[in-house]
Ligand binder design. Structure first.
Ligand code: B12
Ligand code: SF4
Length: 586
């Protein structure tokens, strides 16, 4: 008897990464995840809440995080014991092309009769290819799959009772790609594209209920390091009105992949309430995903008014410069605010090629204004591997950081640099028109991406080169830029000297490992290479996390207690009673 109606699984990028020796490099240095991207999509929480509200029982199993946390954790054994009516696997981020398909194979091996569905941006982009894999039964396309998934589950659970799927019902589910009994592929129209996000529960309350109900915390953690640093993502939008050339979630990519013509926003009042609800769960920072000015200044002001008095730290993404007047409004609404800004380069030519139209003066005015009004920290992100960007331009970016730190050197401006890696996003302007942007894209299909992920180093896993840098140059300049920025951070007191020394050692070790592996590739047969890499595994593993900067540099200090435990228990038990009532009704 299944204990859950739907089980969502999140796979590591490569299964089983613990048995392989891969120099992952800095691909995940600037996000909270480990190199195997152990964070599941925030959408798992909205999908679960939506289904539970309709009486279905859901569960999340973050296999990637479990595998990261324990070498002994046996993912296959857990999969074999899971009891679900249906399994859902995310292939949202392309780097999961290998792991998600392998996990699906394991699910099919142990539960051959149970349907498996996929979803997420990459699943949507490659749906026609994905559905051809024998271990995949359904693909739900789009950035909003709550209602299509509910219809699918309804159809599949009815089929259980009737011992047969009613294919006419499947034909009516929007956004669904599926195979019929004869193996013929059907692509239903992508018509479910909600215009706003107000019909969703976006406060993770359902996760708390499930954790308490299932007495299962480890499988639900959003990413392995979350237990120490419980940051909460607060989603303002699906889609985007901007068109950054490298972004697979940009306006043009959204049109192509999810059929979305305009972004869907959460109303400002609900957004503020989401933040407050999350503060009941975690004392970690609330990270507002998406610039609150994107829907217009009225929206931003309404949100800041509604959120006023919020006691925690609010991390705000900005997509465009901020003037002093707006900085003051930010400080008034969210006094503990932190800014995340990604102009990607100091080089205005590079930024223009990315479709970013602001100047360096405007960037500096933004930093000045935010720091002036009391911003707690200002994180500035640059990227490597961009159009028009030469190795020299990358190193000049570090010189620019130096000038900024000389001007804003009170410890609150925190610069970061990392590579565009491992992939140029399928569906983004660069991927769709590589010649226009000066790129050579090395993988066209899902299968090619799946294969390339098995490369020995991150350099060999990159799915692109540019007219200005090949993969060797990209890797070399990334390490050099990382080394220089690390030294700058130490000089300006942004990191302590011991951390800086350790990072410097790690970068040097990575450079030397890369050279060793390059040589092995030249000298060895594939079987010998495999053996030699496994011999290097302990050294590679020690070099893999925090390559170009110490990962904790991303974290904000937030006090001693991470969670509000009494409140959590209260929420969990009260909600469970509600839930049981809902199920009985059903
Ligand atoms: C917020 C965000 C993040 C957050 C993650 C928040 C989170 N946990 O989801 C952070 C900053 C940590 C992040 C990290 C990364 N990101 Co990001 N991110 C975004 C951003 C800005 C919004 C994404 C989002 O949440 N959209 C909301 C909706 C669409 O997603 P959702 O609610 O989670 O899920 C819905 C659907 O996608 C679908 N769905 C998703 N999964 C599943 C699974 C099943 C079974 C089903 C049925 C449906 C389904 O249904 C859900 C609900 O209806 C987009 C850009 C954009 N404008 O879209 C990039 C974007 C998604 N990220 C991208 C990338 C590449 C990354 C990184 C790999 C970058 C890197 N090298 O470090 C990492 C991967 C992190 C990891 N897995 O560990 C690319 C993905 C392109 C691609 N096709 O691969 C995007 C498009 C653009 C970009 N370059 O940043 N990211
Ligand atoms: S990078 Fe950010 S601002 Fe640019 S298109 Fe993507 S989501 Fe929008």
């Amino acid at each position: 008897m299944p204990t859950s109606d739907v089980i969502f699984l999140h796979a590591p990028t490569v299964y089983d990464f613990r048995q392989r020796a891969t120099l992952w490099g800095p691909t995940s240095d600037l996000v909270p995840s480990e190199p195997v991207f152990d964070m599941y999509p925030v959408g798992f929480s909205t999908l679960c809440a939506y289904l539970e509200a309709d009486g279905f029982r859901t569960r999340i199993v973050n296999l990637a995080a479990r595998m990261v946390r324990s070498r002994r954790f046996d993912a296959e054994k857990l999969i074999s014991r899971l009891q679900g009516r249906v399994f859902g696997i995310d292939l949202h981020w392309m780097p999961h092309a290998h792991g998600s398909l392998e996990i699906a194979t394991l699910v099919k091996k142990h539960h051959p009769e149970i349907p498996i569905f996929f979803g997420g941006y990459s699943s949507s982009y490659f749906h026609e290819e994905l559905i051809r894999y024998p271990q995949v039964d359904y693909v739900l396309r789009g950035d909003s799959t709550e209602e299509p998934l509910r219809l699918l589950i309804e159809c599949l659970t009815a089929a259980e009772k009737n011992h047969e799927i009613n294919e006419d019902n499947l034909k009516n589910i929007p956004n669904l790609t599926w195979k019929d009994r004869a193996g013929e592929i059907h692509i239903n129209p992508q018509t479910y594209i909600p215009e706003d996000l107000d019909h969703l529960e976006m406060n993770y309350r359902q996760m708390v209920r499930s954790v308490v109900r299932d007495l299962d915390f480890l499988n639900y953690v959003p990413f392995s390091h979350w237990i120490d640093y419980p940051a909460m993502a607060v989603l303002t939008v699906r889609g985007c009105k901007y068109n950054c050339a490298y972004c697979g979630g940009s306006a043009s990519s959204s049109r192509l992949i999810t059929g979305r013509k305009a972004p869907a926003f959460r109303s400002p009042e609900k957004l503020a309430q989401d933040m407050r609800d999350m503060y009941k769960i975690s004392r970690g920072p609330g990270f507002l995903l998406g610039d609150i000015r994107q829907p217009g200044m009225d929206y931003a002001r309404s949100f800041l008014k509604a959120v006023k008095g919020y006691p925690g730290q609010g991390m705000l993404e900005i997509f465009e410069p901020v003037d002093h007047a707006f900085a003051e409004e930010l400080a008034e609404g969210l006094p503990e605010f932190v800014i995340e800004f990604s102009p990607e380069s100091h080089d205005e030519k590079v930024r223009r090629a990315l479709n970013m139209r602001y100047t360096n003066d405007e960037i500096e005015e933004t930093i000045a204004a935010c720091l002036d009004v009391g911003c707690r920290r200002f994180d500035l992100f640059f990227m490597i591997g961009l159009p028009e960007q030469t190795p020299q331009s990358v190193l000049d970016s570090i010189d620019y950081f130096e000038r900024l730190l000389e001007r804003f050197g009170d410890g609150r401006l925190m610069p970061f640099i990392g590579p565009l890696a491992p992939f140029v996003d399928p569906g983004c302007p660069i991927y769709e028109q590589p010649e226009k942007y000066g790129y050579h894209i090395l993988c066209q299909t899902l299968e090619e991406h799946r294969q390339i992920l098995l490369g020995p180093t991150w350099k060999h896993i990159l799915n692109y080169e540019t007219r200005w840098m090949n993969r060797d140059e990209l890797a070399d300049v990334t390490y050099e830029a990382g080394r220089r920025l690390n030294a700058l951070k130490a000089r300006f007191g942004l990191i302590n000297p011991t951390v800086a020394l350790e990072t410097d050692r790690r970068i040097k070790r990575a450079v030397s490992l890369m050279a060793t592996i390059d040589q092995l590739i030249k000298d060895c047969t594939p079987a010998e290479l495999e053996r030699e890499l496994m011999a290097l595994k302990p050294k590679i593993d020690r070099t893999n996390v925090s390559t170009v900067c110490e990962k904790t540099e991303l974290d904000l200090p937030f006090g001693i207690t991470s969670f509000n435990l009494p409140q959590l228990l209260k929420m969990g038990t009260a909600d469970i009673c509600n839930n049981i009532f809902n199920r009985m009704k059903r």
